[in-house]
Design a protein around this ligand. Structure first.
Ligand SMILES: *[C@@H]1O[C@H](CO)[C@@H](O)[C@H](O)[C@H]1NC(C)=O
Ligand SMILES: *[C@@H]1O[C@H](CO)[C@@H](O)[C@H](O)[C@H]1NC(C)=O
Ligand SMILES: *[C@@H]1O[C@H](CO)[C@@H](O)[C@H](O)[C@H]1NC(C)=O
Length: 203
């Protein structure tokens, strides 16, 4: 993807999150609608872009997906019922994930869109403390703003944002710099009746 290219927008579903969106949105119940698209390296702050006027009335599930060259390299599906624009992104809401060691009742010290924004770590899924060299986690938007105190998050010869993820479906030790870098972050929603079970709507 052209790094200088800004977000691509169409407006079909922008009323849902108050978000500008791109790609092939279909408003049929049960299909995944793209509501957010962020390319890496374009200099746009991801958290700032994710500003929403959330309407929770018919969101059933939210899919957080990382793609590189059109291939999905990681995803998480969340139970999106009765959520706002920030709190759907939490381990207690995990329905499925490509990270096989990521469990709903697993150990996380950060699982938050904006909690660690001061460090430039958004949509951050972190497992444990230990200092820059020892900390482990699954995903971070290494965002445009923020202090970035650790060596592993200081980007060399690249531009922010960067999307760092644990490869091979597993948690990664950030300091080992063995993480993958995804090209785009896409967020989809699935609508349905809020009284239906998530499982029924996922089929
Ligand atoms: C969970 O994701 C895997 C792919 O990683 C897929 O094969 C499986 O069918 C999904 N399960 C559900 C319940 O959606
Ligand atoms: C994980 O989260 C803790 C608590 O916010 C933080 O101190 C630590 O630096 C984080 N680890 C990484 C690798 O960012
Ligand atoms: C960054 O780019 C400079 C100039 O092109 C090059 O000399 C240097 O080796 C690069 N550093 C890394 C870590 O790729």
């Amino acid at each position: 993807m052209d790094a200088s290219r800004p977000f691509i927008f169409i407006v079909t579903v922008s009323f849902m999150f108050g978000m500008n969106v791109s790609a092939d949105s279909k408003s049929c119940k049960g299909t995944w609608e793209l509501v957010f698209h962020a390319p890496s390296g374009n200099g746009e702050d991801v958290l700032k872009a994710w500003t929403t006027k959330h309407s929770n009335c018919d969101i059933i599930s939210v899919k957080f997906q990382l793609d590189t060259f059109g291939e999905t390299v990681a995803f998480i599906e969340f139970d999106g019922r009765n959520t706002d624009d920030m709190n759907w992104f939490h381990n207690s809401r995990i329905l499925n994930s490509s990270w096989t060691d990521m469990q709903k009742a697993g150990t996380f010290n950060v699982f938050s869109i904006n909690k660690e924004n001061q460090y430039g770590r958004n949509f951050f899924i972190n497992r444990s403390y230990g200092g820059c060299g020892a900390d482990t986690g699954w995903f971070v938007v290494n965002d445009v703003s923020g202090s970035k105190p650790c060596d592993w998050e200081k980007v060399i010869n690249e531009t922010y944002p960067q999307f760092l993820y644990g490869k091979n479906g597993k948690v990664t030790k950030w300091g080992a710099k063995d993480y993958g870098t995804a090209h785009v972050l896409n967020i989809y929603i699935q609508r349905g009746s809020s009284s239906a079970t998530a499982n029924a709507d996922l089929q």
